[in-house]
Design a binder for this molecule. Sequence first.
Ligand SMILES: Nc1ncnc2c1ncn2[C@@H]1O[C@H](COP(=O)(O)OP(=O)(O)OP(=O)(O)O)[C@@H](O)[C@H]1O
Ligand SMILES: [Mg+2]
Length: 383
Amino acid sequence: MDVPVNLPGPTLGVIGGGQLGRMLAEAASPLGVDVIVIDPTPDCPASRVASDQIVAPFDDPDAVEELADRSDAITLEIELADPTTLESVSVPVEPAPWTLEVIQDKLEQMRLFEQSGVPVPRFMQVDSPGDLSDALDTLGSPIMLKARTGGYDGRGNIPVSADDDREEVMAAMGGHAMAEAFVEFDRELAVIATRGVDAVSVHSVTETIHEEEILRETVVPARTGRGRLERAHVVARQALDALEGRGVFGIELFETIDGEILLNEVAPRPHNSGHWTIEGAVTSQFEQHIRAVLGWPLGSTERIHDAIVTANLLGDDRPSRPGSLHGVEHVLATDRAHLHWYGKHEVRPLRKMGHLTMTSDARPRDEVLEAARDLRDRLSFGE
Ligand SMILES: Nc1ncnc2c1ncn2[C@@H]1O[C@H](COP(=O)(O)OP(=O)(O)OP(=O)(O)O)[C@@H](O)[C@H]1O
Ligand SMILES: [Mg+2]
């Protein structure tokens, strides 16, 4: 492929200016790409790194039009963008707004993957307490009931068992939901898969460790057998094939106790499970996304350390207060530890405030994971 690239490069418009937008802007800089973000929070995490921020809701048509006027291409780092608005803009939007629209509704997403032959947990549409009873009968108790739209970090998911009050559960769900069979898994995995102009790439399979449905740590390579890793890559590519448009897709998977790989869900953007690629791969997920969206050749996804662990820094349980981190000197004094602070102005319970990455070419993964957890324990959020 011959893609002429001249510097200074193009301007990339990004819907969303959170940590993903910030890390996109960090990766864009050496490529000579300018980034402009739309985000409703003034001085959002990406704003310190991007060349400009348009302060507006993610789905504001005027703001999106202004972004299109000032950009050569548009992408997103959050699913709250409006597909209809994006369809009408004058510059290329990647991934395709259609893909965003399908992914925004978990039920539609699962239907698409099922129709495309991607292995998924059994699921059913649930619009009433009666449907909920049917789901419990058909899928077995408990089930995982999921809000069809707007859920993240497990908010919007409720495990429901046969003894729960069905009216109450459906009221809490706002009337429309999707039920999934409860998956018994050995571990959760994720794959960063990227579609470029004429090539697809996959990074090494990530093991994702969740607690209370929130991602806490990632371990790479995932601590499972070669056959399961290969299967994870096959399922990730199948999921990518079902979607349209270029860019990075974060593909969340279950590795069941029977050794099957099932798709959980897909994010049409860089993903928390791929933060390890910044220090751990030749090309990070953020650089790969920029290359893909701009139609440039993809980079190598080769892993460059034997063990790479990330640990999320989540806000503690105390009430919201200004975002500050204490104990950073411990990270700075630790060999092969890397701090990523997202620059959010407020610490809130379980909010993603930053992450740590540790790499090793000598120590086993379990040890590196313990070291990263210990290091995280030495950090605390201040007033
Ligand atoms: N069917 C299921 N069976 C068992 N556990 C599940 C099931 N669905 C989800 N979970 C657990 O809940 C976590 C969050 O679920 P899911 O990915 O659907 O939610 P989300 O709110 O979209 O999450 P995020 O935004 O963090 O990716 C999963 O990573 C997994 O640990
Ligand atoms: Mg998820």
